[in-house]
Design a protein around this ligand. Structure first.
Ligand code: BV8
Length: 234
C-alpha cells in the first residue's frame, strides 16, 4: 500500500487476538461472561458486594497467564512496531500480558492489567503475579487486605484516555483486531480518527450492523494480522 510519508498508526486489540493463545474471549460461546454475569464480577459494586468472588475471578485468570504464550498475531504487531518508520501506538482492551511478552513497547493497556494490583489505601499500583488474598499486603504502604486488581471495571474510567484520543486524532491508519466493538469508549475510537484516515478491521466475524471501517478482513488473527503487517512493510 503506497504511503509517501509513513503515517502514524493506532492499533486497538480485543480478546480475539488472544483467543488462539488459549485465553477465552468475553462473548464467544464458552466466553468469560457466560460463566459469570458481568455485573457479578466486573463492576465496583460487585467488588463491594462480594470481594471474594471478584478476587477469585481475577485470581483464576491471572494464574492462567502462566499456561499461555503470545501467538503469531502478537509477534506480527511487534514486527510492525520495529520496522514502521512512523509513530505507532498499540492500545489494548486486554488485561493479559501477551502483547508485553511478545515484545510490544508502545503499548497502552486501557483496561488495566491482570499482573498489577492497586492499593485502596495509598493508590499505589504494583506488579502482582500471585493471587490477591485478604492477607496480601500493599508493597508500598504495607496495608493489609486493601489490594484490588488493577483492572478497569464497568462504570470506571479507562486509563490514559487523553493520550489515546491524541493519538487517534493524529493517525493516518487505524486497525482494530479481534474486538466485538460492544464496549465503550473503545468501540467509538473508529469515529475519532481524522477524515481520510484509513480504517481496517480484522475479525473472525463481524457485527451485523454496517461497519464503520473502510476495510473488513475476515479470518483469524494469526492468519490476517501477519498478512496485513507484511503488506504494510512491503
Ligand atoms: C465507562 C476489564 C464511564 C475487565 C473491561 C451501564 C453501567 C455502567 C456502564 C455502562 C452501562 N451501559 C454502558 C456502559 C458503558 C460501558 C459499556 O460500554 N458497556 C457495554 C457492555 C454496553 N463501558 C464502561 O463502563 C467503560 N467505562 O464508560 O466509564 C465513566 C465516565 C466518566 C467517569 C467515570 C466513568 C469501562 C469499560 C471497561 C470494562 N472492562 N475489561 C475484565 O477484563 O475483566 S471490558 C472487556 O470487554 C474487555 O476488556 C473488552 O474491552 C470488552 C469487549 O471485549 P472484546 O475484547 O471485544 O471481546 P469480545 O469477546 O466481546 O469479542 C471478541 C471478538 O474477537 C469477537 O468479535 C470475535 O468474533 C473475535 N474473535 C474471536 N476469536 C478470534 C477473533 N478474532 C480474530 N481471531 C480469532 N481467533
Amino acid at each position: 500500500m503506497g504511503f509517501d510519508s509513513k503515517p502514524s498508526i493506532v492499533i486497538l486489540t480485543g480478546a480475539g487476538i488472544s483467543a488462539e493463545s488459549g485465553l477465552p474471549t468475553f462473548r464467544d460461546n464458552g466466553g468469560l461472561w457466560e460463566q459469570h454475569r458481568m455485573e457479578d464480577v466486573a463492576t465496583p459494586e460487585a467488588f463491594q458486594r462480594n470481594p471474594a468472588l471478584v478476587q477469585r475471578f481475577y485470581n483464576e485468570r491471572r494464574r492462567k497467564l502462566k499456561d499461555v504464550s503470545p501467538n503469531a498475531a502478537h509477534h506480527a504487531l511487534v514486527q510492525l512496531e520495529n520496522h514502521w518508520s512512523g509513530p505507532l501506538l498499540l492500545v489494548t482492551q486486554n488485561v493479559d500480558d501477551l502483547h508485553a511478552r511478545a515484545g510490544s513497547r508502545s503499548l497502552l493497556p486501557m483496561h488495566g492489567e491482570l499482573l498489577k494490583a492497586r492499593c485502596l489505601e495509598c493508590g499505589a499500583v504494583s506488579v502482582w503475579v500471585k493471587d490477591i488474598l485478604p492477607e496480601s499486603r500493599c508493597p508500598r504502604c504495607g496495608q493489609l487486605g486493601q489490594l484490588r486488581p488493577h483492572i478497569v471495571w464497568f462504570g470506571e474510567m479507562p486509563l490514559e484516555m487523553d493520550r489515546i484520543f491524541t493519538a487517534l486524532e493524529g493517525c493516518g491508519l487505524f486497525i482494530a483486531i479481534g474486538t466485538s466493538g460492544t464496549v465503550y469508549p473503545a468501540a467509538g475510537f473508529v469515529n475519532a480518527v481524522p477524515a481520510g484516515a484509513r480504517t481496517i478491521e480484522i475479525n473472525l466475524e463481524f457485527a451485523i450492523a454496517g461497519s464503520r471501517f473502510d476495510e473488513q478482513r475476515q479470518g483469524t488473527a494469526t492468519e490476517r494480522v501477519p498478512e496485513l503487517v507484511a503488506e504494510l512493510l512491503k
